[in-house]
Design a protein around this ligand. Structure first.
Ligand code: SF4
Length: 229
């Protein structure tokens, strides 16, 4: 669909590259943008971040990642050994902390049995299936992990994507996750960098203009949007 390519070009021209996924460099505790992922610890941090960011803003997650870094808890064994209450307390500001504590432990159990190195050699469909089998990981989290942690081309659909596509008029509230994902994947080159950038740009657009109460008057996509609000 040419419209999705046009939207990407407009967003990229206006907002520039977003440098996702923010991750922590060695000798720091705070995740930064535009970091080249080089270590298994950074991959694990993205996996944790994908779970922690469920139903909350990145700002809240950033604080939690900083705490986890300070306590050297971006570590599978340490998370598995910690008791529930202790971990829940540390991740509290990400919201839904009891559920997320269970999910972090589940994903660590999974990663104990399937190393990050092994998983990185899986083909994308097998990796997705494995991730979806982990309790607490749904399609959006699995695809975030595939795209941002394992650098494989899977387009991530989140609430912002659905909101913007519905308002523009190329999706509706009944469109399924898979339908929206196929729409992007069939329209764009199968390129991890484009999928990465596009999703980050959508989030930026939702923050700047296509908010719950949208700022259509000054929106850079206004000329091609049906504004189905
Ligand atoms: S014109 Fe309004 S509804 Fe359409 S994308 Fe922009 S802010 Fe969202």
């Amino acid at each position: 669909m040419q419209l999705l390519i046009d939207i990407y070009n407009i967003l990229l021209t206006n907002y520039k590259s977003q440098g996702w996924w923010p991750v922590t460099e060695e000798n720091s505790h705070i995740p930064q943008y535009f970091v080249k992922i080089a270590t298994e610890k950074q991959i694990l941090e993205i996996i944790f971040g994908s779970i922690l960011t469920q139903n909350t803003s990145w700002k809240n997650v950033e604080t939690v990642i900083e705490q986890l870094n300070k306590k050297s808890l971006i570590d599978i064994d340490k998370i598995l050994k910690m008791n529930h209450e202790e971990l829940a307390k540390i991740i509290k500001s990400s919201g839904y902390y009891n559920e997320k504590t269970k999910k972090l432990k589940e994903v660590c159990k999974f990663l104990k049995q399937n190393s990050i190195y092994e998983l990185s050699n899986y083909d994308m469909d097998s990796l997705r299936q494995e991730l979806l089998n982990v309790k607490g990981i749904g399609p959006e989290t699995a695809d975030s992990i595939i795209l941002y942690a394992f650098k494989k081309p899977k387009f991530v659909i989140d609430a912002y994507t659905r909101r913007i596509l519905t308002r523009i008029g190329i999706a509706d509230k009944k469109s399924s996750y898979d339908e929206l994902q196929s729409m992007f994947e069939n329209s764009l080159d199968k390129d991890m960098n484009i999928y990465n950038e596009y999703h980050a740009l959508i989030v930026e657009h939702a923050k700047r203009y296509c908010r719950k109460k949208p700022l259509c008057g000054t929106c850079i996509l206004s000329h091609l949007c049906e504004k189905k609000i």
